[in-house]
Design a binder for this molecule. Structure first.
Ligand SMILES: Nc1ncnc2c1ncn2[C@@H]1O[C@H](COP(=O)(O)OP(=O)(O)O)[C@@H](O)[C@H]1O
Ligand SMILES: [Mg+2]
Length: 423
């Protein structure tokens, strides 16, 4: 989105920073790590990049950022190590301006500066995270010692680290680094902030005893609100319409909620509204938002309806687990499940290898997420809700508009347990 349209949330950034670096007596989550969950496309990365990192830097700490979704083909472990190396390299160039060693090598070339910084760090930046090279713990310790600053390591879409064993080991390496740096002082030397698009995936990281960040806190990442809606309306419409014609912010806020708090969708609805027949701008935005909403739900329905039969059955079962509060994960390969798939697709015998094959295809298409622990989940929470609300096994029966689920992240609404049909 156009940078000028970005709505900043400095208050939240300052509060989070205080918690992370140990300035908030009421929230000490910097010590153990803080995990923030919110559905995809609701503005997590934008907030981290445009608000949180500047706030961390303004507070005198160093922010290191990695988004594990930027390149899904790459191993999360590599992405994490690379982010650390990149930060160290950029600091090697920048630090020179203020740090004492520059005095000594005043006219030094950039290269000499670099090696001067490496000498302070006590390792070669290029080797961080590589076999036989500096470990993450060593890298962060060196950085902290060389700069005297606290470090906040931000992992965006952290659950992705669980998809490979190397990624998992990297989380343990980070935990080791955190423990090493946090032992010696009251304020965290290394604070870790992780975000994720699925609460359940993120909880795996902190709720399981065998996980690196067992015991860290998980909180909801705050959605954008009415102040954002006002900002967007004004920035998009004021150059064409007089103030008094701008749509009512409360009603647009309702539309924004319905669109799952996704800024892009709202921006498109506002842009669509301008070309709509409704005379009143408020009504036009509402109608445009409704049209987008229907299109999103229909697209998801269609996508699932086009899956081969067994894949669709698997998606149905995974959807129920994802949406129903407290549901235990469905065994996907049990005899009972195989019978269920078989009934669901109209009687043809379904075997475990068939399910395995269908599952591989779903994972390859990024519909299903498989953790290295062997768990399976639908990748898109919204798809889970749409499929579930569409009725288990009744996906092709189109819904009336009213019965369509809201795209608003419902935080695992208690729909009640599924009927007998779900084993
Ligand atoms: N504060 C904001 N103001 C304006 N647009 C935003 C804001 N936050 C996010 N967006 C837009 O919404 C889209 C999704 O945001 P992103 O930060 O990538 O979400 P997430 O990381 O949660 O998936 C992007 O196009 C982005 O420009
Ligand atoms: Mg993101």
């Amino acid at each position: 989105m156009d940078k000028r349209l970005i709505f900043h949330r400095p208050d939240i950034a300052i509060r989070l920073t205080a918690a992370l670096i140990g300035d908030d007596p009421l929230n000490q989550s910097g010590h153990s790590g803080l995990f923030l969950a919110a559905p995809r496309r609701t503005g997590k990365s934008t907030f981290l990049r445009s608000d949180l990192i500047p706030a961390i830097e303004a507070a005198g700490a160093i922010a290191v950022y990695v988004d594990l979704w930027t390149d899904k083909t790459r191993n999360p472990a590599d992405l994490i190590a690379e982010a650390v190396r990149d930060k160290l390299s950029s600091l090697a160039g920048l630090l020179g301006k203020s740090s004492s060693w520059l005095g000594r090598v005043k006219k030094a070339s950039a290269k000499a500066k670099f090696s001067g910084f490496e000498a302070e760090l006590g390792f070669e930046i290029d080797t961080v995270g590589k076999p036989g090279g500096a470990t993450l713990a060593k890298a962060f310790e060196g950085l902290r010692a060389a700069t005297g600053k606290q470090i906040v390591f931000i992992i965006d879409e952290a659950q992705h680290a669980l998809s490979t064993t190397e990624g998992e080991s990297t989380l343990f390496a980070l935990k080791a680094a955190r423990d090493a740096l946090n032992l010696t002082s009251d304020r965290p030397g290394l604070a870790i902030l992780a975000t994720g698009s699925m609460r359940s995936k993120l909880s795996d990281l902190v709720m399981r005893k065998n996980q690196a960040f067992y015991g860290a806190s998980v909180a909801e990442f705050p959605m954008l609100g009415k102040d954002f809606v006002c900002h967007l309306l004004r920035s998009m419409l004021l150059h064409r319409f007089p103030e008094e014609q701008l749509p009512d912010a409360d009603s647009v806020m309702q539309a924004f909620k319905r669109l799952g708090y996704r800024p892009e969708e709202l921006a498109k609805a506002i842009a669509d509204a301008v070309t709509r027949p409704e005379a009143d701008l408020s009504a036009a935005v509402e109608a445009a938002a409704q049209a987008r909403y229907v299109a999103i739900v229909e697209r998801l329905h269609k996508q699932v309806a086009n899956f081969p039969a067994i894949q669709r059955s698997i998606v149905h079962r995974l959807a129920a687990t994802a949406v129903v509060q407290g549901a235990t994960p469905t065994p996907l390969f049990s005899k009972e499940s195989l019978d269920w798939y078989s009934r669901d697709i109209g009687g043809m015998k379904v075997t475990a290898p068939m399910v395995q094959k269908a599952m591989e295809a779903l994972v390859a298409d990024e519909i299903v997420w498989r953790s290295s622990l062997g768990g399976y989940q639908l990748d898109d929470e919204l798809m889970a809700e749409v499929v579930f609300a569409g009725g288990l096994g009744t996906l092709n029966q189109q819904q009336s508009r009213k019965a369509m689920p809201s795209l608003e992240p419902t935080r695992r609404r208690a729909f009640g347990r599924p009927q007998k049909r779900t084993p």
